[in-house]
Structure formats: C-alpha cells, structure tokens
Design a protein around this ligand. Structure first.
Ligand code: GLU
Length: 466
C-alpha cells in the first residue's frame, strides 16, 4: 500500500505555525514512507475563504520547502461530487431529510442544557421518510449503538460510544455540503491512507469514520497532533506574537530553522536538537509524536536560527540577505565584498535583520555615536591615542589584519595604556555603536580610506567638546 497523506487547510487567514507543523508532519511521513503528499484547499466556507489566504498558504508551503505531489485541489470544484455522495447515502438509507425548525432545535438544546445533558439532535425526523424540500437539511443516520474505535498513531486507542454522537447535518437547506461530509468524500476519493491533523479535529473523527463505513470505504489511519501553546500555557495565538509563517520570513528567520524548530515541537529523537531535512525524513515516525501539547519557545527558535545562519554557505546567505539590506536602507555595491563580510559576521547574529544591521557601518557612514558609549570612550585622554593610530594607519601600506593588529599593540606599548583603552575607542570610532568582530578583521574589511576618515571624524567630535 502506498502511503498517501494530505494537508487540508481552510484558507481563512495566513499559514500559521500550527498549520505548518501539521503540514510538515504529513509531508515527512509521506516522504519517509516513499508515499505521496497532497495539498487540498478546504474553501467551501465561501464567506471566510479568500484568494489572498490561498496564496499565503501556497507561499508559506513553498518557502518552507513542503512540496506536494498532487494538488492544490479545491473543494469548491467538487460540489457535484459531494451531491452525488449525499444522494448515495440517501439511497442506501444512511441519510435522511429533516425539516426541524431552528426554533425547535433551539428549544431542544435549551431543554437538554437545563437537564444537564449534552446538547444533541434527538433524531426526530430519522424515521419520517420526508421528501426533500426547500426547508430540509440532510442528516446522517448515525448508528445508535456500538463503539467507534480509533487506533490513533499519537493518542493510542480512543473509543467513542455511538450514543455520544448524533445525526449530523451533511447538507444544509441550500444544498451546500458541510465540513464533515466534504472531508470524508475527499479523503475517500483521494485514497488517503494516513490522516495527520490537529487534535482539535479528534471529535470529528468518529463521525467521519461512521460516514466512511456507511460508504463502504476503507478507513485511513489517524494521527492527531497535540496543539501548540504560547509561553503562558494558553493555545498559541496572535496574542503571543508572530504566528504567521511568512511573518517569520519577514523577521529574518531561515526556513530550515523554522522547520527544525517545528519538528522538535512535539517530536523528538533522543536529545538531538539539530536535524537536516534528510535526517528528519529518515528518523521521523508519526508514532513518536508526543501526546501532550508543547509550548512555543521563541528563544529556542532564535538559537536554531543563529545556528543555521552561522552554518549557511555565505553565497546562499548573501542571496537571502539582499532584501534585508535593502529594507535597512543601504547598498553593498560600494564597499567590502559581501561574501568576505559574511564570513566574519554570519556567526554573530540571531536573525537576518540583525545581521543586516550589524554590517551597516561597513557600507554606510554615520554622523552620530551611541551616546552612552561616546561618553565612556571619547575623552580628552583618548585624543592622543586616536591621533597616534591615525598617523600609523596612514603610513601602513600592507592593509592586513595582522599589520593592523600590530599597530594596535604598538600603540598600547608606546603610550603605556591598557588594550581596552585603545581597542574600544577605535571600535566606537569606526562603527558608531561600539559593536564589531575583532578590531583587526573589522578594519581590514572596512578598508584604509574609511578607517582614516572615521578616525578623523572621531577626533573632530572629541575636539568639538561633543
Ligand atoms: N480544513 C481543516 C482545518 O483547516 C482541516 C481538516 C482536516 O485536516 O481534516 O482545520
């Protein structure tokens, strides 16, 4: 049997991290088993669905590298098929027309609640054999007794007695099919073997199984994945910050970091934290998914992002960084070679935004200094140090990190001051904020002309009494 899994988002917003994790697990399982992964857009709720969300989902999947073998299929293209199956269920006596009014149903619900009973349809029209009319819905004739047994790959065995379930609506009065019907028809038609989805769907599963059975369909295996919580233990939502996958892209995260983060959220392999895509495919198994909900931890995601930024080939990183440099408002055309810069800077940052910010001083002049740093580093006594550095650097013809370092050492020795008294003001003079990799490498990248002009600027700044 060829494994077939699917991701079936409803396009009512962006692709959020919870959806992305479900998609990832389905994708991984298909890839691991040499099966197929299908994308199905569940857009039958026309009021809430929109094209923008469809695009956001497609874009998010592409960015994360979750490629699908079939689809995207759209449920709105399948209305005739849903009608056909509803008719099949009516013909076989597994569904019936119901004309209960809203008022009756409301009254029934209120009464049941007052009696402390679970609100459910009472089967009033079940045996009436009503004909279809403008005011009728189609209901599924749920078995009255027996159990539905789900051998869930994550939750283990879940048993639901049919008495807990009621006759759910398959088609509304306007003939449109409901969610449980469309999912069942598509999972059946698309020959799904494994349904990996959020555990918020667990209570739909016994109903869907009953419909599948009534249709004589082979049952898929289910895996219900626990939800993601925010750091306060509540279900992850916008309140907790970024939840949209594309927002992470904009915030300077690499897709491999987010994928690695998401796979570890509710799945583990010993205490390994870093997984390449190939390793994930090799090691993943749905039965190893944790049963309990896991909390989103931004610190850990940042740590993984730093790892992937640090280990990325500088040429690839340069491509991805372009947009961030543009957004930061400078250009790398005039200035040190970006690849050489990345080799030094890429291990220093958590996000691409930070990276673009840290490198800025190499490409863009500034006329202000970090005030706190300036107060600390730029004093009267600093002047002779910066003057001495400037004249020695002006004379230097071999602009190498080694020679640059030698001059710093020489200054420390001749002026008899500590290393920090030379290195720190020098760093502030060239960066404006006082943060950089080791000073010799920094100056080598910045180049001789820029180093000299920034030293002059700092000397003027101190002379002007700030
Ligand atoms: N469309 C449903 C949702 O976005 C998923 C249905 C399913 O996976 O069965 O929640």
């Amino acid at each position: 049997m060829k494994v077939r899994t699917r991701f079936a988002p409803s396009p009512t917003g962006y692709l959020h991290v919870g959806g992305a994790r479900t998609a990832l697990f389905s994708w991984l399982y298909a890839r691991k088993m040499g099966g197929q992964f299908i994308l199905r857009i569940e857009d039958t709720d026309r009021e809430r669905s929109n094209e923008e969300s469809v695009n956001a989902i497609l874009e998010g999947m592409e960015w994360l590298g979750l490629d699908y073998d079939e689809g995207p299929f759209y449920q709105t293209h399948q209305f005739d098929r849903y009608k056909e199956v509803i008719q099949q269920l009516l013909d076989s006596g597994d569904a019936y027309h119901c004309d209960c009014t809203k008022e009756r149903l409301t009254q029934l619900r209120e009464q049941q609640m007052a009696d402390k009973k679970k609100p459910r349809y009472d089967g009033c029209c079940r045996e009436k054999n009503l004909a279809a009319a403008d005011n009728t819905v189609v209901r599924f004739k749920n078995p009255l007794d027996g159990d539905v047994v789900i051998d869930d790959m994550v939750k283990g065995q879940v048993i639901i007695n049919n008495r807990e379930l009621d006759d759910l609506i398959l088609a509304r009065t306007d003939d449109t099919p409901t969610y449980n019907l469309t999912v069942v028809v598509d999972d059946w038609d698309m020959k799904m073997t494994h349904i990996i989805r959020g555990d918020d769907h667990l209570n739909n599963t016994p109903r869907q199984i009953n419909i599948l059975k009534a249709l004589g369909a082979e049952l898929p295996v289910y895996a219900h994945v626990p939800m993601i919580l925010g750091d306060d233990g509540k279900r992850l939502s916008k309140r907790h910050g970024a939840v949209s996958v594309m927002q992470y892209k904009e915030d300077g995260f690499l897709p491999e970091a987010l994928i690695n983060y998401l796979v570890r959220l509710s799945w583990s392999h010993g205490d390994q934290e870093i997984f390449s895509r190939e390793e994930m495919v090799e090691l993943f198994d749905a039965v190893d998914i944790n049963t309990s909900a896991s909390a989103f931890n931004t610190e850990k995601l940042l740590w993984l992002n730093q790892h992937y930024i640090k280990n990325k080939a500088p040429e690839d990183l340069a491509d991805q960084l372009q947009n961030f440099i543009k957004a930061a408002g400078y250009s790398v055309e005039q200035g040190p070679d970006l690849i050489a810069v990345l080799k030094v800077f890429q291990e220093r940052c958590n996000t691409l935004i930070e990276l673009a910010e840290e490198m800025r001083f190499l490409y863009q002049d500034f006329d202000e200094y970090n005030a706190k740093q300036a107060k600390k580093q730029f004093k009267e006594a600093t002047l002779p140090i910066l003057e001495s550095l400037k004249s020695q650097y002006a004379e230097l013809s071999d602009w190498s990190a080694e020679a640059i370092h030698h001059i710093v050492e020489n200054t420390v020795n001749t002026l008899e001051v500590g290393f920090g008294k030379v290195g720190q003001p020098l760093r502030l003079a060239v960066t404006g904020h006082g943060k950089s990799p080791s000073i010799d490498v920094t100056l080598e990248l910045l180049g001789k002309d820029k180093t000299l002009s920034r030293l002059s600027q700092a000397i003027d700044f101190i002379n002007s009494g700030n």
